[in-house]
Design a protein around this ligand. Structure first.
Ligand SMILES: [Fe+2]
Length: 410
């Protein structure tokens, strides 16, 4: 296997600065150096930017299926539990039950991979996802503790708030929980419920927080919690989202997540654009592209307690790299504009997992097991065999199921 190689693009995006005409050198799984050249060197197609691979901090891989389940037209939900009741009796879940759990997991992983995501957090208990994590084409966070949601309707995920939070503290893992995803008294007491169990601090990754009062925002800042913003899912279900401007102004660590496609965006690229659109609609001003970039890279790495390993392009971190077309002079604006067809290369720990056919030699030298697929009319190389996966799914459901987050031409 090739041990060392380097890539050169229009710019390398590091935390300190944007390095024009920069190079990045990869040695095995890690970034060895920013700026030097290896014997095996690739000049990327011109007009490309080299970013850290994206991190999707909130998904439910088992639930990435379509169509969406939502409120009746002209109405919205008051709390997440209302959605869950609709979900359980839906034809979507009935159809999905014909597909193996493993294939569902692969679908969710490919949804993320095709949008430049190399790391995802799957909000399900370990006993569900442990089986599949080692096989999936991207990194799925294995070190976390969990509670379904801080309300009286919570599913029995994990060993309860107190035990799971204590475990997070002991192991330096994130404690992940849906928080205040609703507007009745029960849901809006979510912060108090966590406080009661001494489970509201720097280990928390609190998802949604749409019921937060101004006081809750202050408490979250004081406690140094991380929050997860899923605007597309929130607007679809509740016709509003969290107090994002106040949360950002307070200096809280905010990450952007897609949630599953049952309610959220098709992928993280779409979610970034949605975040900008809804922020402009809510506040009449732009959310800086660099802020959005941070919400899908360095901020989630901090929330998930893996900032020493991923989230930025820095020496010794894993070589999780996303190369995209330079669609704008400002690389961050280019990232917000990027769509599936604008991805040139995605690597996970130095190994290519998705990329242009021009990079086939790198796939071969790095011993990635790959197939060639057509993505919206463009040939791409991808780790594994997502075409076979889709065909399996079509066979299982008995018709030519189209899943828009799987952009393959069959
Ligand atoms: Fe969720």
């Amino acid at each position: 296997m090739l041990e060392t190689y380097s890539l050169k693009g229009n710019a390398v995006i590091t935390p300190q600065k944007i390095i024009n005409k920069g190079m990045i050198k990869i040695n095995n799984k890690n970034i060895e150096d920013i700026g030097s050249k290896a014997d095996y060197h690739i000049d990327l197609p011109k007009d490309t930017y080299i970013f850290p691979a994206l991190i999707n901090v909130h998904d439910h891989l088992r639930g990435d299926y379509l169509p969406k389940i939502g409120p009746q037209p002209g109405t919205c939900y008051i709390k997440c539990h209302d959605w869950e009741k609709d979900l359980r009796v839906s034809g979507v879940v009935k159809e999905r039950s014909k597909i193996s759990e493993k294939d569902c997991y692969f679908l969710g992983a490919y949804k993320n991979l095709f949008s430049g995501v190399a790391t995802v957090q799957d909000h399900y208990p370990h006993k569900i996802n442990n089986l599949y994590i080692p096989e999936l084409p991207i990194r799925v966070i294995a070190n976390y503790t969990i509670h379904h949601e801080a309300s009286s309707h919570s599913l029995a995920w994990g060993d309860g708030i107190k035990v799971e939070h204590a475990k997070a503290k002991k192991l330096n893992y994130p404690f992940i929980v849906h928080l205040e995803e609703g507007f009745d008294a029960d849901y809006q007491a979510g912060v108090e419920l966590l406080e009661k169990h001494q489970a509201f601090d720097t280990y928390n990754v609190n998802i949604h927080c749409i019921g937060f009062s101004d006081q809750d925002v202050k408490k979250a800042k004081k406690a140094d919690c991380s929050l997860v913003w899923c605007p597309a899912s929130n607007i679809f279900m509740y016709n509003l989202t969290c107090k994002i401007k106040k949360m950002l102004s307070a200096g809280i660590n905010i990450s952007l997540g897609t949630d599953s496609t049952a309610t959220g965006s098709f992928n993280l690229l779409e979610e970034m654009r949605f975040a900008r659109k809804i922020y402009r609609k809510m506040y009449g001003e732009n959310l800086a592209a660099k802020k959005i970039f941070e919400m899908v890279t360095v901020n989630p790495s901090r929330a998930l307690k893996i900032q020493n390993n991923i989230g930025t392009l820095e020496t010794q971190k894993y070589a999780d790299i996303l190369v995209i077309k330079a669609l704008h002079d400002d690389p961050y604006e280019a990232l917000i504009k990027a769509d599936i067809n604008d991805i040139i290369l995605l690597t996970l720990e130095g190994k290519p997992i998705y990329g242009l056919p021009d990079l086939e030699e790198l796939f071969t030298l790095q011993e990635t097991s790959y197939t060639t697929v057509s993505v919206k009319g463009q040939d791409m190389l991808v780790k594994g065999d997502p075409v076979k996966l889709l065909k399996n799914i079509q066979k299982a459901v008995g018709y030519k199921k189209i899943l828009d987050f799987m952009p393959l031409d069959l």
